[in-house]
Design a binder for this molecule. Sequence first.
Ligand code: TMP
Ligand code: ASP
Length: 237
Amino acid sequence: MNKKDQLFAGKAKTVYTTDDPTRLILHFRNDTSAFDGEKIEQLDRKGMINNKFNAFIMQKLEEGGVATHFDKLVSDDESLVKNLEMLPIECVVRNISAGSLCRRLGVEEGQDLNPPTFEFFLKNDPLHDPMINDSHIISFNWATEDEIAQMKELTFKVNTILKALFKDAGMLLVDYKLEFGRFEGKLLLGDEFSPDGCRLWDAETRNKLDKDRFRQGLGGVVEAYEEVAGRLGVKLD
Ligand code: TMP
Ligand code: ASP
């Protein structure tokens, strides 16, 4: 599959067309962004780690019955994926309170959430990804009722699969963000699953092993991502 033209450059990935209009190539760059692009730095090896980490997770999700856009790795930092019509929506499930939930609701970080919460956000950096609800999605025609139901069901299914996977590797899946898109009449999981888009804590010490290390200037960002990959058995080199 040959890479053709650059279609779109996001904050951390660039999307290319291929010979096949139904397929795209995702290039995972070293750029690391926080606060909707306000803080951006290059972190050596991050693109490669996230590409391989994402491939590993997408395969686990497929095995667990979640259909994804992922086809295969094509290089250290590139993957071949299906060309989805992406919905402009971010789906967030939280198992433990952290991040914007604490800021918005004034609750302490680290509380177990039973049952886990589900939130929709509009994918819009200039507006800082505002929280939206089902009613906004329907009124603005961002997705159908059926797609809303599927996004919720699939995002919780991902939680069941990944909470267990991370628990077995000594980690807590605190929260994560997923994006979905349409492909041949079906809703598939798109974008990526990596430590850039989720929170992972060591189960014993509750040390942060995700992009909060970058957001909060804690250092050791790539080392933490490598630690997570190593614990899961993701092959990096
Ligand atoms: P939040 O606490 O900032 O709302 O984020 C919740 C989770 O979703 C966290 O794991 C980070 C992830 N996330 C992204 O990766 N990108 C985004 O644009 C947003 C809003 C959240
Ligand atoms: N993904 C967003 C950004 O890159 C938000 C965040 O992760 O803080 O700016």
